[in-house]
Design a protein around this ligand. Structure first.
Ligand code: MOS
Length: 746
């Protein structure tokens, strides 16, 4: 068996370097074939009929005219038996629905789908579908949706059946011990996933075998769900997810379009491509749900937290979902007395989906603005207040962390950012005010099994890495190739990579949860070590020396002192076999300790008091994410996280017309994500590496989500520092800024 617990790396030679993406050329030049780029011979194109109303019963779907349109080959609706597939909610439960359910709970819900010879013909036919709707009552206000008189979307009301209720210690006692108690209500907007590649699949049948090209973060979860729903063995469902252009959590699991493409491909015996338009992707494939959060905090004069009470409501859209906004309240700062209550409200809007640290930027917006407010009231520096409440122990799991770099993030970050000087600087007079803010964050789960990887070593000294992980654009392939190169000494140019294909690569869970590197790199490392062990064993046998006396670098096997002994090409057994196969399996996490990544962001903003504009001037991202595997991909994750967080802080929000119950900015013109002109050139990143040799065998903890968690809060705190007014409801738009500044003046 391969060694699951090799010695930790000390200094590394390839791992850690800012190696450019191994697939950078094909990605940048457009040569890479993303699922969206795939054109198969004989392929048909799909387009979806969607309910235009937020809450409606479908009385009748008339496809007859659409089916007579030029080029149209087939259609599916709830009337078709094969489309009787359960979706959303637990089957049989109060929220159970079908692929084309006739009870529509958001504008954009799927009513029917059509395939035609061209994409244009499919859309033309969609316009000829006649649907009779019975409109139903609704409210788009997610807090009002939980009141008893709100029109219910589901039997039994709008409360998604998963309230969180966590108590630790005694908050009443904690508040009684406090010298200062503050209570505030914070709100966050709905943020939409905007990956560059939209959402969709290509499906093709060969006899009873289905192949799907999907833009997905996890080929294996998609394979699993598809096989389940279509009642097929896993061995006959192949999901390929090679190049993909971002997902942010909305592509972690099977989506309706994939099932629709598979059903239509079977019905027509033709390959089918079904990709959503950008507008559709705004409506129906997920979002970061809005939250309303009331946080009450008790603190002693010296800054010691005595109690935290968090009551949150999250909006999950038309179907059940959950929230984890209160996690950081339970775990980020040491506090003996906690009460966290979270409820999720269903509204007739697109269902929420995991979005880069689900729940965490929301909860952070409340917790870390509260820490800022407490510090001010106590007359403490916000850094000192945080240092005072640092916890070396995971309070949720009641175990020490393998590493927790919060003190280093705060103190070294403050130094690098020039925090004290910036705080002391005059805020400015006239229309431009300046301020600085800080916020910390943590992510709630670590890398973990399962993950299996295979490394093959060929007689010519080239190597093949075979892994199931997706590369969302984050550089997973590059980092994993570096791991192989580190162990075997083979240059990256000679490493071929097979990835994200259930038919040919090894099992792993979806790439998400900031856990791809921490879950998969130990498996890849173990596979490479298995190859090395076998090569050295062959050499030892051939040379009649102990294997322990030999070392491998690329094709050279050397003895003590580096004296060349034999090349791998000269190994007689390898000459016969042609190839050696090494298998690596991700070992378990430590049971007596908790693994968590941490981050702290520093921001400086400029507020234009005439226009209300907030401009982020500079930002520093401090990360304790374990070992940095590649300085360039590390920086890329941080820059992306900051960009997404700055959007969340200042411009991004779903705008809903409460009369029609529809999103009015479902396009990239009206839904403002930051462009390069909105992002300051001065974005800095700094890793803190605590050489954590307990978290896993590559010392990695996770970065993708921590990179965005505290960003918006740091901006909000900087805004407060600049203006002396706090905008508790994000995003901080010019209209809100001008209103708040006017109120401040009285
Ligand atoms: Mo993430 S929200 O697990 O891609």
């Amino acid at each position: 068996m391969p060694d699951a617990t090799p010695k930790p790396w000390g200094e590394t030679t390839i791992v850690g370097k800012p190696i450019p993406r191994v697939d950078g050329d094909e990605r940048l030049s457009g040569k890479a074939t993303y699922s969206l780029d795939l054109y198969l011979p004989d392929m048909l194109y799909g387009a979806t009929v969607r309910c235009p109303y937020p809450h409606a019963n479908v009385k009748k779907v008339d496809l007859s005219e659409a089916l007579r349109m030029p080029g149209v080959r087939a259609a599916l609706s709830d009337a078709d038996k094969e489309a009787n597939i359960p979706w959303y909610g637990a089957p049989g439960g109060r929220s159970a629905s079908r692929l084309f359910d006739t009870h529509c709970r958001f504008a954009g819900e799927e009513v029917a789908v059509i395939v035609a010879e061209t994409q244009q013909q499919a859309w033309d036919a969609v316009r000829q579908v006649r649907v009779e709707y019975e409109q139903l009552k609704f409210t788009t206000d997610f807090e009002a949706a939980l009141k008893s008189d709100a029109p219910p979307l589901h039997d039994g009301g709008n409360l998604a059946a998963n309230p969180v209720n966590v108590t630790r210690g005694d908050v009443a006692k904690g508040f009684a011990e406090a010298d200062l108690v503050l209570e505030e209500t914070y709100r966050t907007p709905t943020q939409i996933h905007t990956p560059l590649e939209t959402f969709g699949s290509v499906a093709k049948w060969d006899g009873d075998e289905l192949t799907v090209w999907d833009t997905t973060q996890g080929v294996f979860p998609v394979q699993n769900s598809l096989a389940n729903l279509l009642k097929m063995p896993l061995s006959k469902v192949r999901v390929i997810g090679h190049y993909m252009g971002g997902g942010f959590g909305a592509k972690l699991s099977l989506s309706k379009y994939t099932v629709m493409a598979a059903l239509l491909a079977r019905k027509t015996s033709r390959p089918v491509k079904l990709f959503l338009t950008r507008e559709e992707s705004f409506l129906c494939v997920g979002n970061r749900p809005a939250h309303a959060m009331t946080l009450k905090a008790g603190v002693k004069k010296d800054g010691t937290l005595t109690a935290l009470e968090f009551t949150g409501v999250g909006e999950v859209g038309g179907y059940p979902g959950g929230s984890n906004a209160g996690y950081q309240v339970q775990d980020l700062w040491k506090c003996p007395n906690i009460h966290v209550v979270e409820r999720s409200a269903m509204t007739p809007m697109g269902p929420a989906r995991a979005f880069r640290a689900p729940g965490f930027p929301q909860g952070n917006w409340a917790l870390e603005q509260m820490m800022d407010a407490l510090a001010e009231k106590l007359g403490m520096d916000p850094i000192d207040l945080r240092l005072k409440n640092y916890s070396p122990m995971c309070q949720v799991e009641q175990k020490p962390y393998t590493s927790a770099g919060i003190p280093q993030l705060l103190t070294e970050g403050a130094k690098a950012f020039g925090w004290a000087e910036a705080r002391a600087r005059a805020k400015g007079k006239g229309p431009l005010l300046r301020g600085v803010g800080v916020a910390s964050g943590m992510w709630g789960s670590p890398g973990r099994p399962p993950s299996t990887a295979i490394v093959r070593y060929y007689l010519d000294g080239s190597v093949n890495l075979n892994m199931g992980a997706a590369d969302l654009g984050t550089g997973t392939k590059t980092v994993m190739a570096q791991v192989v190169s580190e162990e075997l000494g083979v240059p990256l140019e000679r490493i071929g990579i097979e990835w994200a294909d259930t038919g040919t690569t090894q099992y792993t869970s979806a790439s998400g949860g900031s856990k791809t590197v921490a879950s998969d790199s130990p498996a890849v490392r173990a596979a490479a070590l298995d190859v090395k062990r076998q090569l050295l064993a062959l050499a030892a046998e051939q040379l009649k020396v102990p294997a322990e006396s030999l070392t491998l670098k690329d094709t050279e096997i050397s003895g003590p002192g580096g004296s060349p002994k034999v090349t791998t090409r000269e190994l007689r057994t390898l000459q016969t076999q042609q190839v050696l196969v090494g298998v690596g399996i991700r070992g378990p996490n430590p049971t007596d300790k908790s693994v968590r990544p941490f981050s702290t962001h520093f921001a400086e903003v400029e507020v234009n008091t005439r226009t209300g504009e907030v401009r982020v001037v500079r930002m520093l991202a401090m990360h304790d994410s374990g070992r940095v595997m590649n300085a360039a991909t590390f920086a890329n994750q941080c820059l992306g996280g900051m960009t997404q967080g700055i959007g969340y802080a200042t411009t991004e929000r779903r705008v809903v017309d409460s009369n029609t119950g529809t999103m009015v900015n479902s396009n990239w013109y009206d839904y403002k994500i930051p462009t390069s002109k909105d992002i300051p050139p001065d974005l800095d990143v700094m890793p803190i590496d605590l050489h954590d040799h307990e978290c896993d065998t590559t010392s990695t903890k996770g970065l993708g989500e921590p990179a965005t968690i505290p960003v918006a809060t740091a901006v909000a705190n900087a805004f407060y520092n600049a203006t002396g007014v706090r905008i508790k409801e994000g995003p901080i738009t010019p209209a809100k800024v001008l209103m708040a500044l006017a109120q401040r003046k009285g």
